[in-house]
Design a protein around this ligand. Structure first.
Ligand code: SAJ
Length: 437
């Protein structure tokens, strides 16, 4: 059995070498924060351009990320963070954090190719006594059935005897990457209790939140469950919006009054659920029962409800155009927002993609605008020739807009951000808010 005592000592001294595999939304802030804490950090990524940009002291992550660009510059200039495409340099690491993508495919099955490739690269280079921690979100059981076997096969070593493994799921969020990393609590899931304790000794240097120790499967369940929980709650808000439309109610008023009741917290209905977490993590959580041939009804139904919201917005738009006597063929629609959430350039699984596909499938001409995404950033003008505008993302630039200045005589507000405007004035345009019948 390896003793992690001397690793804990080196962690206490700040001399342990930290390797980080995958320098994206999770890995780069992690690498920079451990370097800021005084550890020598080796960051590895397959993307040579990304490595070059970071080596030059620039953060390749777009959108508003307070403090990140400055931190990356600081730690690269101080040579506290060294970045490379060569996994061989991980041989110097005492701890290796893995933060690579863990997507699901069109059948909702997890695809662990990137994770397995990273694990093999680590296994082939790590020295005896290394602690390997997966930060990527993984399905319950993945540490046992994927992480452990791949590391043992590629290293020729044995877990606990020669190296340690753990799972410490990240809780980052685009727009708050550094803030969440530093302040939110973390679950340190160790393959052994001693590993979990050693993980806490590591993260204590960068995390001000609580550090809870647990086993790996608990850590896997916590992360996927917390996002499935949020997805189900958003689905409830969306279903309530659809009911309010049918009942002639206003979901924005209804949810506000419901939430005055103790213990209620109806979230925000909207144009759909995108991002790199919520569309995927419920399927990861469900995997253990899906593998038994069973389907968790609530989680799956919630995913379907959220995935259908962009289609509902498309139908509302079509009906509004037809109601105004505008022929769908060739009608021109302006879609505002194509990132997955407000004030970020991250467009992964953005609901707008499904909306645009559906509108174009109906024969409509669609133009996309988004102030955070280079190719969709252009000056809006009320003289633009559009028949309708559809608001999909509550970017602050749109919240500040007066919708009466938007092109076209129809405004479909799928995030409910302009209700006050429409309530104030006899509108020179037809205003339709999601969830208002
Ligand atoms: N959304 C709604 N209604 C809501 C909240 C969100 O429609 O009330 C939509 C958003 O528009 C977006 C999607 O859901 O399309 C996801 O939004 P999100 O606020 O959940 O943001 P994410 O995907 O970045 O979620 C992350 C998650 N954090 C991690 O996985 C570490 C999530 O667990 C957090 O709750 C969330 O950040 C947060 O609020 O911090």
């Amino acid at each position: 059995m390896i003793s992690l005592r001397d690793l804990r000592e080196r962690l206490g001294e700040g001399t342990a070498v930290i390797g980080v595999v995958g320098l994206g939304y999770v890995g780069l802030p992690v690498a920079a924060t451990f370097a800021e804490a005084g550890f020598p950090v080796i960051g590895v990524d397959l993307d040579a351009e990304r490595v070059e940009e970071i080596r030059a002291g620039r953060s390749p992550i777009g959108g508003d990320e307070p403090g990140l660009a400055e931190l990356v510059q600081e730690v690269t200039e101080a040579e506290a963070l060294r970045v490379t495409t060569d996994h061989g340099e991980l041989s110097e690491a005492d701890v290796v954090l893995i933060a690579v993508e863990t997507p699901i495919d069109e059948t909702k099955k997890p695809r662990f190719e990137a994770l397995e490739a990273a694990l093999r690269a680590v296994g082939e280079n790590m020295h005896r006594g290394t602690m390997v921690i997966v930060e990527s979100t993984i399905a319950p059981g993945t540490t046992e059935h994927v992480v452990r076997p791949v590391l043992e096969a590629s290293s020729g070593m044995e877990v606990n005897r020669d190296f340690a493994i753990g799972h410490c799921p990240e809780r980052v969020m685009p727009g708050k990457l550094l803030h969440n990393l530093r302040s939110l609590s973390r679950v340190c899931g160790g393959y052994t209790q001693e590993t979990a304790v050693t993980m806490a000794a590591l993260y204590r240097h960068v995390v001000r939140g609580e550090l809870d120790t647990a086993d790996c499967v608990t850590a896997e369940l916590v992360k996927t469950a917390e996002n499935a929980y949020r997805d189900v709650n958003i689905a409830f808000a969306n279903e309530l919006a659809l009911i309010c439309e049918a009942a002639g109610g206003d979901v924005w008023q209804v949810r506000e009054l419901v939430n005055k009741s103790p213990g209620r917290n109806v979230l925000l209905p909207g144009a759909g659920v995108g991002g790199h977490c919520l569309p995927k993590d419920p399927w990861l959580l469900a995997l253990p029962v899906l593998e038994l041939g069973r389907k968790p009804r609530l989680i799956v139904a919630a995913r379907q409800t959220n995935d259908e919201m962009p289609l509902h917005v498309a139908e509302v738009t079509r009906q509004a155009l037809q109601g105004a006597g505008i022929d769908l063929a060739g009608a021109r629609v302006l879609v505002l927002g194509c990132s997955y959430r407000e004030n970020t350039d991250d467009a992964r699984n953005a609901p707008s993609r499904r909306l645009v596909e559906e509108l174009r499938r109906s024969g409509l001409e669609v133009a996309i605008h988004d102030p955070f995404i280079e190719e969709h950033r252009w000056p809006l003008s009320e003289d633009d020739e559009f028949d309708a505008t559809v608001l999909m993302v509550a970017h602050r630039q749109y919240v500040e807009l007066d919708p009466s200045g938007l092109p076209g005589g129809i405004v479909v507000d799928a995030r409910g951000i302009w209700r006050q405007h429409a309530a104030r004035e006899p509108a020179s345009y037809r205003y339709i808010a999601l969830g208002v019948g």
